[in-house]
Design a protein around this ligand. Structure first.
Ligand SMILES: [Zn+2]
Length: 291
């Protein structure tokens, strides 16, 4: 069933487990994510990024996500991730995303606060949640030295000021993780500043969102969850599962020309990768009232 993201945060959530927020780009990835949640009988959050919207079209990808969510046997909430384009975020809210992320973290703090506040006013009037970002979460292409990297991290006092001024419902903060794929393939383990997460959560008291968590050790994941991270975005790991399974499927059956047969093992691979994350983040401990 399609649910508002707020339904996933009723009761005691923060500190106990995190929802993976899985990024999708297409029908097959969305099918794999929902199949994983159904197999474990847990709720799911599905995200779409501006890049995927550019690829598929906003209403097309929304309809794919919403149609599958409505039919799902478990609660599924839909979120628009990393929105820089405010008009598009507004359009997404009007379409029915119950949560959107405005990412104006590259601007100075005052401008980020102003833009985020304006979107929060619009979203709350429409009944939707907004995720803001304060601090700068690096991409794997952003090579900076250690002192520069430190400067990009979210300062707890700044996070509090940002949340008070904007009224965001969830907060993405920069705590040392890095977006993208290179760190996994390069074997670099991101250093996650656990203490900073706890300090931020104790001040802002809203669910914190971890971006760029691919490749982070499982014991570190448990620490970030107990310190206040309640949503962990997952993109790269599903992309790897998708593309590796597709390569294998094509080479295993070189004569096959039916996309449905070629993509069946791909959906299964995405499902298995998503199951791994749902288990890792303790999502099975969730008791959701609407379930
Ligand atoms: Zn992100």
């Amino acid at each position: 069933m399609l649910v508002h993201i707020k339904e996933l945060f009723q009761g005691d959530v923060v500190g106990k487990f995190a929802y993976p927020a899985f990024n999708t780009q297409n029908l097959e990835t969305t099918m794999g994510i929902i199949a994983a949640a159904e197999e474990l009988n847990v709720p799911a959050i599905i995200d779409v990024s501006e890049g995927a919207i550019k690829y598929a079209g906003l209403s097309t990808i929304f309809e794919i996500m919403a149609t599958l969510a409505i039919k799902a046997k478990v609660p599924v909430a839909l979120h628009m991730d990393h929105g820089k384009d405010v008009e598009q975020l507004r359009a997404g809210i009007e379409l029915g995303f119950s949560s959107v992320m405005i990412d104006h973290s590259a601007d100075d703090v005052a401008k980020n606060i102003q833009d985020t506040k304006e979107l929060v006013n619009f979203a709350h009037a429409e009944g939707a949640w907004v995720q803001g970002e304060i601090g700068k979460i690096r991409g794997s292409e952003d090579w900076v030295n250690v002192s520069d990297a430190e400067a990009l991290l979210t300062k707890p006092s700044e996070a509090l000021e940002f949340c008070k001024a904007t009224g965001v419902d969830t907060l993405a903060c920069s705590v040392g993780t890095v977006h993208g794929i290179i760190k996994i393939r390069g074997g670099v383990t991101p250093h996650v500043d656990i203490k900073r997460i706890g300090e931020i959560y104790n001040l802002v008291k809203i669910p914190l969102v971890l971006h760029g968590a691919s490749g982070v050790d499982e014991n570190v994941i448990h620490e970030v969850i107990s310190n206040g991270i309640a949503i962990i975005n997952i993109d790269t790991e599903l992309r790897i599962a998708f593309s590796e399974a597709l390569r294998k499927s094509l080479s295993d059956q070189p004569e096959e020309v039916d996309p449905r047969h070629i993509l069946k093992p791909v959906v299964e691979a995405v499902k298995q990768a998503a199951i791994k994350k749902l288990i890792q983040f303790n999502t099975r401990n969730i008791v959701v009232s609407s379930q």
